[in-house]
Design a protein around this ligand. Structure first.
Ligand SMILES: [Zn+2]
Length: 212
């Protein structure tokens, strides 16, 4: 998400590229003016050495032509300056737009980070609980759990909510299902070999109520 957020930065980059191009073009025109001014300076020097009126008039015309040239380049610079103001507006808009997008991303990122922290703490807590539970169980049962867990990718227990194994989804035979509901003994799924677990307490309370 951080990469995605930073990727949205291109909306600003694109307008910044435009402004850079605009500055480059203006600089190019300014250089052109300097060259033309240099030309005019030379014409004026040559004009001062003119020997005939025709020659003199020729320089006057050349100088006038180049001065008009400067005026038209200056007009182009002004156009570029107007354009620059428009692009600067675009830059500001895109910066605001990016900020809005980035803020949304940052909020989501912060939420995810705190969720990760919460889950990390939860894992530590559960690991701690696991140690306590293992210590309270008969060693044989712990051994059985570890054995199944080793064979079944760390998942040794299957929570049964209907008459199907909660992990492998194979239907439990009615007899076994009744055993699971009625007895406290360990039942194993005949299909995947996991320890079947059902919230028997709730069922018991309900049946007790019926007897009352
Ligand atoms: Zn199963």
């Amino acid at each position: 998400m951080e990469e995605e957020r930073d990727g949205k930065n291109t909306i600003i980059e694109n307008t910044r590229i435009k402004i850079k191009e605009n500055i480059k073009e203006r600089e190019k025109f300014e250089k052109e003016i300097l060259l033309v001014k240099e030309k005019i300076k030379k014409y004026k020097e040559q004009m001062s050495k003119a020997t005939t009126n025709k020659e003199y008039q020729g320089f006057i015309a050349e100088i006038k032509f180049e001065e008009d040239n400067i005026a038209s380049i200056e007009e182009k610079i002004i156009e570029k300056m107007v354009e620059s103001d428009e692009i600067m507006n675009e830059v500001r808009q895109s910066e605001a737009e990016y900020k809005r997008i980035a803020d949304e991303y940052n909020k989501k990122i912060a939420d995810l980070k705190s969720l990760v922290e919460y889950n990390k703490a939860k894992v530590v807590e559960i690991k701690h609980e696991k140690v306590t539970h293992r210590a309270s169980l008969p060693p044989k049962l712990v051994q059985m759990y570890d054995h199944i867990s080793g064979k079944r990718y760390g998942k040794a227990v299957s929570l049964v909510e209907t008459e199907f194994c909660g992990v492998c989804n194979v239907k439990i035979r009615p007899q076994r299902f009744n055993e699971l509901v009625a007895s406290q003994s360990i039942c194993i799924c005949e299909s995947c070999g996991r320890i079947l677990y059902k919230k028997i307490e709730v069922q018991k309370e309900e049946s007790e109520e019926k007897f009352d």
